[in-house]
Design a protein around this ligand. Structure first.
Ligand SMILES: O=C[C@H](O)[C@H](O)[C@H](O)COP(=O)(O)O
Length: 248
C-alpha cells in the first residue's frame, strides 16, 4: 500500500503546507499510474537490464537498436484521442524518437493532464525545438500560423535561452482551442517550418494512457495519503477505471 504521512509542523506557513500537500497528491497519483502501466506492459522478458549486465554484455542505445518493445513516458497533457503535448522538459526530440522506435508506446500522467483537448490546463503551449540560427524566423512564422504569444523559452537558473541536449533552442507556442482540436494538422504545419527540428505534439502514437487519480475524501487535513484509482484510456476508444491496486 502506498501511504505518505506528512505531519504539519507547528507554525508552518499555511500556503506552503497546502502547496506541499497538493504536490504529494499529484506525485502519488502519477506514481500509481506508472506502477500500473509497468505491470500491464513491461513483461518479465522485457526486464533484461540485469541479465545483460550480469552476462557481461553492453547495454545499447536506440541508434544501435532502433526497435524497442515498450516505451513508457510522461506527458504534459493528453487529449481524448491520446494525442499529447510533450517537451515541458525540453526533451521531446529524443522522446519522440524513442516513442516512434517502440512497438508499444504508453503514456503515464497524473489526473490534471487528462483533458478533452490539448491546451486545456497546460498553458505554455506547444514546445517547438528550433536550430538557434533560425529561432527569430520561426517565431515570426508561428505568430503567422496562429500563435501570437509564441516565445523563446528562457533558462531559469542561468542567463539566456534554454539549450536542449541537442544544442537547440525551444519556443513555446500557445494555440487556440480551434487549433488544438486538430493537433495533427497543427503539428504538420509547424513541422514544415524551416528551422524546426521537432514539435512537442505526439499524435496517433500512444496505445494507452494511464492516469493516476486522487480521491479527495482520502486526503483529510492530517494528510494521510492512500492510493487512488487509475483511469486507463486506450487507442481503441475504451476507457477502464481500476480501483486502488492495494485497496483495503
Ligand atoms: O520533456 C519532457 C516531457 O515531455 C514531459 O514534459 C515530462 O515527461 C512531464 O513531466 P512530469 O510528469 O514530471 O510533469
Amino acid at each position: 500500500m502506498l501511504q505518505m504521512i506528512r505531519p504539519t509542523p507547528a507554525g508552518e506557513d499555511l500556503a506552503e503546507t497546502t502547496a506541499a500537500k497538493a504536490l504529494n497528491v499529484i506525485e502519488a497519483s502519477k506514481r500509481l499510474a506508472a506502477y500500473t502501466a509497468v505491470d500491464q506492459h513491461v513483461k518479465p522478458e522485457h526486464r533484461s537490464k540485469e541479465l545483460i549486465v550480469s552476462a557481461g554484455l553492453s547495454l545499447g542505445d536506440v541508434d544501435q537498436y532502433p526497435t524497442i518493445d515498450v516505451t513508457l513516458d510522461g506527458a504534459d497533457e493528453v487529449d481524448s484521442n491520446l494525442n499529447c503535448i510533450k517537451g515541458g522538459g525540453a526533451c521531446h526530440l529524443r522522446e519522440k524518437v524513442l516513442a516512434e522506435a517502440a512497438i508499444t508506446f504508453i503514456l503515464v500522467a497524473d489526473y490534471r493532464k487528462n483533458v478533452e483537448y490539448l491546451g486545456t490546463n497546460f498553458e505554455p503551449g506547444v514546445p517547438v525545438e528550433v536550430v538557434p540560427f533560425a529561432y527569430a524566423k520561426v517565431l515570426r512564422d508561428l505568430k503567422t500560423l496562429g500563435s501570437p504569444n509564441a516565445n523563446l523559452r528562457m533558462a531559469v537558473k542561468k542567463a539566456g535561452p534554454v539549450v536542449t541536449d541537442n544544442g537547440n533552442f525551444v519556443i513555446d507556442a500557445p494555440f487556440s482551442r480551434q487549433h488544438m482540436l486538430n493537433p495533427f494538422e497543427t503539428l504538420t504545419k509547424i513541422k514544415m517550418l524551416t528551422g524546426v527540428v521537432e514539435v512537442g505534439l505526439f499524435c496517433h502514437m500512444a496505445k494507452a494512457a494511464y492516469f493516476g487519480n486522487k480521491r479527495p475524501q482520502e486526503f483529510p487535513d492530517n494528510c494521510v495519503m492512500k492510493d487512488g484509482s487509475i483511469t486507463i484510456k486506450r487507442n481503441d476508444g475504451t476507457v477502464e477505471e481500476l480501483t486502488s491496486r492495494n485497496s483495503q
